[in-house]
Design a protein around this ligand. Sequence first.
Ligand SMILES: Cc1cc2nc3c(=O)[nH]c(=O)nc-3n(C[C@H](O)[C@H](O)[C@H](O)COP(=O)(O)OP(=O)(O)OC[C@H]3O[C@@H](n4cnc5c(N)ncnc54)[C@H](O)[C@@H]3O)c2cc1C
Length: 392
Amino acid sequence: MKQFDVVIAGGAMAGMTLALAINKLSQQPLSIAVIEPFQVDHQAHPGFDSRSIALSYGTVSILKQFGLWDEIAKVATPIEHIHVSDRSHAGMTDIDTQEVGLEALGYVVELADVGRIYHQQAQLDNNIELIQSSVSQVIREETKVQVTLTNDTAVEGKLLVAADGAISTCCQQVGLELTEHDFDQVAVIANITTELAHNGQAFERFTDSGPVALLPMSEGRMSLVWCLRPEQATEVMGYSDEQFLAQLQSAFGWRLGGLKKVGQRASYPLLLRYRQQNVSHRFAVVGNAAQTLHPIAGQGFNLGIRDVATLAESIVAHAAGDVGSYKVLKHFKQLRREDRHATIAMTSSLVHLFSNDYLATRIGRNLGLFAMDNLPVLKTPLLRRTLGLVSR
Ligand SMILES: Cc1cc2nc3c(=O)[nH]c(=O)nc-3n(C[C@H](O)[C@H](O)[C@H](O)COP(=O)(O)OP(=O)(O)OC[C@H]3O[C@@H](n4cnc5c(N)ncnc54)[C@H](O)[C@@H]3O)c2cc1C
């Protein structure tokens, strides 16, 4: 049976970032296995699909620390201005680069591009072995963990990291409890071509059925995340391109002129899923396996990478000893507690605040947006978390 220092289940954003980060940070070579059933360029890859995501300023700083940003920067589009508004109501707020004194508020990347870059980097790395299979069973002993794969082989590690997404077979095997809350919304995503140039602007607009976000992308396109009630999402997914664009125009408005073209659509049911426990014996959990958030504030991976960075640093600090020891895991758990809870709470309250149309809430949120724009003290904590400027 092959032996590794660290076995990572799941080779998507969290798992691959972790493997590359450990290798970059460690003075002492650590052997790493990444187990992922899908090839990087496979259309059905659930982690490197047609989604685009916004990387916060803080995430970019972490990627720089791991030596990963230079390549990703080549396929990233900067966000220079964020406009937040409430459909048909007065409340709105704006954030721009000058206000916060940064060159960009964040960057938009297509996950498929990042997947390709990560794969190339991992292949250049002698300490990382990519294994195309799935974890089926986890057996832990005092000093090691044995991981059985669906291809009837097994590997052994000092530490197993679950980066295998929201459902996480690994967490199920270890018995870590999952808490779920169904937001009763579905995100419809697609790339949109608009009449007017985006000029680096991102938009988030709150509507009766849920938020609509448009993020600036390469080639003048915008990346759409449109949150709708499940029955509306089913209807919208079935529309012709013309019907889809007309409906979106009515929800989003005319800030970018006419909406001209829509690319292929995909949909994601939105649930909050989290595990209170993010460690167990010889076991740590990162990314979506630890918490899967509503995309309202674009916090999913931006929170996940902070799990990854803290775990990588804890592992590397003990590279000469036992990387799966209680000491490493306790340290990781303690350092992640506050940020995880605060980001989950912030995201979920935004969803509830902005996804219903009770008059009181509507007035409240408009006052809230207005106040946020006029009282920097309110804008700052939310803004700092949005920018990923969070201590770990
Ligand atoms: C519409 C939408 C918009 C979003 N926008 C943003 C945004 O703007 N900013 C942001 O930060 N985040 C955003 N997110 C969240 C972000 O996409 C995720 O947080 C991130 O991609 C999660 O990566 P992950 O590696 O943790 O998990 P996943 O992407 O779920 O990957 C898990 C991997 O594990 C593999 N796997 C599953 N089972 C096994 C097994 N048994 N053994 C081995 N491997 C296994 C899977 O094949 C998969 O590749 C958005 C999400 C959605 C849905």
